[in-house]
Design a protein around this ligand. Sequence first.
Ligand code: 6R9
Length: 651
Amino acid sequence: MTAQIDHALEEIRRFRPSPEFAAQAVADESLYRRAAEDRLGFWAEQARELIQWETPFTEVLDWTNPPFARWFGDGRLNVAANCLDRHVDAGYGDRVAIHWEGEPGDSRSITYAQLTDEVKRAANVLAGLGIGQGDRVAIYLPMIPEAVVAMLAVARLGAIHSVVFGGFSADSLASRIDDAEAKLVITADGGYRKGKVFPLKPVVDDALDRATGGSVQNVLVVQRGGNEVGWTEGRDQWWHDTVATASAEHTAEAFDAENPLFILYTSGTTGKPKGILHTSGGYLTQAAFTHKNVFDLHPETDVYWCTADVGWITGHSYVVYGPLANGATQVLYEGTPDSPHPGRWWEIVEKYRVSILYTAPTAIRSFMKLGRQIPHEFNLRSLRVLGSVGEPINPEAWIWYRHVIGGGSIPVVDTWWQTETGAIMISALPGVTDLKPGSAQVPVPGISVDILDDDGKPVGGEDGGLLVITEPWPSMLRGIWGDPERFKETYWEKFGDKYFAGDGARRDEDGDIWLLGRVDDVMNVSGHRLSTAEIESSLVAHPWTAEAAVVGAADETTGQAVVAFVILKASQADRVTDVAEASEELRRHVATQIGAIARPRQVFIVNELPKTRSGKIMRRLLRDLAEGRQVGDTTTLADTSVMTAITEQVR
Ligand code: 6R9
């Protein structure tokens, strides 16, 4: 991390927007001016311009009961109709909504008219299964068009989706199903990943055996992998038996602007993931506004591609809701970047003439490692805007992205935001802002942020501090599902009425913001949030483990990597003779319990952990060790010899 910041500090390049780009850009300076003179008026204008309201709102923001915000509270809309029917009604039914590319090379292009019909059919099926306003539907699907259809069908009925990333384990899925008391699960038999079919339906079956709530009444299964699956008569139904034959007549009912739209689970500082709750009108407004202005979207001509999975917030806001609300044409890709060959992404860019690409620094860094000759085999000249999200992008990766992928002169926007913020909060606007590699730069128009010290005082100069959002924003989370106390505690207790993001940040002399990583026990691995506590509790759940400590160690490709230190139970000492085997077993265990993304890079078996006199594990010292540094100050340890012993065991 520090090395990365040092590099960033050395980077002094600035890139002015080219006059040609600026001349055609959808955004201009006036957005900042208008938002600065009347923030709420600005958001009201955006909401009216970008969204179709069945009942127009008269009230913009109700902040009388902080931190529970209501945006556009007396307005009514249907989110799915905003993403579908209205484009068809406006005459764009023949525009391609989704160019879908399956990993094995099969593909489908789906127009707005076709997508609308499909969502109406699915909505009819869901309604037939008893799904209505406020019901929760879990979605556990690969990156296939049906994932988008399922989300929009749920939204169309005023129900609430909870998408669970297809890489999560049966346990993780079960706890999410239980927490939200989902009535229905939508899944597939399996999907393609790295040239193989990975099973999903069997994981759902397993999850439903583990789920204790008994809330699930039906499972709707898309056929994709062709793998064999078990079947529970009466509960399970095939998508192609039901949706394909359902009526494509469905009138979208309008719901309140504050009707819940989705729950998305994300890691926090405790072992239990938080169900972040988002609602309709404000969320859609900011998703659409940022998608249009941050990516300079020209929906008639652009082909947009966000590589995120719909299982993450980026997939919600910038694969489903933002692009579809804006009537964009986009690419959806099922598989991994290197299947069946390392140039797969660039082949897709060439094939569909992608003009806007939105991806994560970890992906860029792995392409950097492979070398420029791979992207250079393809024609990437259609690209005109590049975006980055998920973690700080180091200036080297930024420059490589701009030059090797972007051909050297197109804008790269680094976008900072979170599951909780719902949409982009800090980013340059292409064509307007001078770009500075490594910095996320400035709040988008209508967003107010600050950097505070621990006591809530603004930090001056170049000192780092804590990033806060000082005013409520339209796409802000409305709470944590079922846990209003945790919502208040996590985000609002520290600074009163200001939202505490959990990220460190600093401002440079131009006022540009540099993100410095998480300040809590949340790790960022390949742009995915993982909690140290969650992985620790998974490790101690293993019968061999007595104690475990997990740290996020700097990693060249993935940003951070999970490194665990484990003390084995004395009673197991006879059974566990091979340390390498034990550590392999524990890595596997975490992957099965939580999901492959949580698998530790390393598990070190040690005899002791460094603790303070009050018994707190000093993760800082373990991080030094994991990153191969000289171990720092150990004077506050209860027993200062412990680190020497651990260092010997690890090295
Ligand atoms: C959208 C998303 C949120 C956390 C966030 C921060 C990190 C995201 C970033 C960034 C620096 C960026 N993060 N974008 N850090 N620069 N452009 O990633 O949501 O999965 O909830 O993660 O990711 O630490 O707090 P989410």
